[in-house]
Design a protein around this ligand. Sequence first.
Ligand SMILES: [Zn+2]
Length: 382
Amino acid sequence: MNTQMLIDFMQRLVRQPSPSGEEQAVVQIVINEMQSLGFDKIRVDENGSAIGIIEGMQPGKTLLFDAHCDTVGIAPGATWTTDPYGGEIIDGHLYGRGCADMKGALAAMVYAAADVDKSKLAGRIVLSASVMEEVFEGGALKTVMDQVNPDYVVIGESSNLNLVHGGRGRAEIHLETIGKPSHSSSPHLGINAVHLMMKVIEAVDGIKLGEHPRLGPAILALTDIISEPYPGYSVIPSRCKATYDRRLLPDETIQDVLSAIKSLPELKSIQLNMIIAQGEHRSYTGSILRGTKFFPAWELDAKHPFVESALKGLRTYGLDPKLSAYRFCTNAAYSIGMAGIPTIGFGPGTEADAHVVDERLSLDALEKAARGYHGIIEAVLS
Ligand SMILES: [Zn+2]
């Protein structure tokens, strides 16, 4: 593998801004690179994700590598010491938005796949540079998977070069209290929906949540609250809406999450509506990704043959991975959490490197990630 070409490719990816919904130019860079590296089939799907395929000479399984190619933006007021889209290399690190999350992994996957000896390959490698992950996990990956029917999936999110076999999920819950409007000079004639919501919040705070040895605790965090009418001039608010971010553990269902709130005895007398939020996001091609914002947690047994052969492949290429888990939500929430396809995570960088000021990735980790992907391919498709 030509490490210098890999670094150049990553640098070009980072220099091209690609916030969610505006990935077209970066997808074109990926497509061009796949073409020049000799991928057998290359296409852009309806949502604008790039898909590249390498066919082995022998029949076998389909191994899908997924890296999302969108990134979060640059938070206002945050001061970078480097140009976020400069792709500068300083002291062995490449700097810029998306280095760790996850253009480094994307570049490493493309080069690892292209470097494989096809005469020894049994099955096919599919690589997706998927769109819109930062706003709607799994939405674009579902479309990719419907086209290529993978047997196994590797998600390239940062794992510090460890092998991830589980991840926390997330859900967005909307609560709404219904009161009764009145003039605020006669508040006793109305029912104040904000006061109702204060009772709800207090009761919800008392819910006991589970904990998982590797994924950590389940979370139920209040993220916003607004009353109606807003602003409220001389009127007792008749509605109040609150949003909760729920981090999920394996096997938790929509039913579990909502009934934990519904069954609170303190809320019996309150008129309360409760839903899991709906997501609707437009991709750069104009397609709409829709769905319920419930992204399940997942876990693949450490003894699963896919985990064991991936571990073997990583070790063959000189890496020393530990078994690990993602505490954040990834496209794996769809690939295994909903579609049930055996999935692992492996990528350079750490969770703490994502979405930060002066985001960066070490070139040493980039090169090791490429070696690791290569090792996984050889071990799984042989
Ligand atoms: Zn990511």
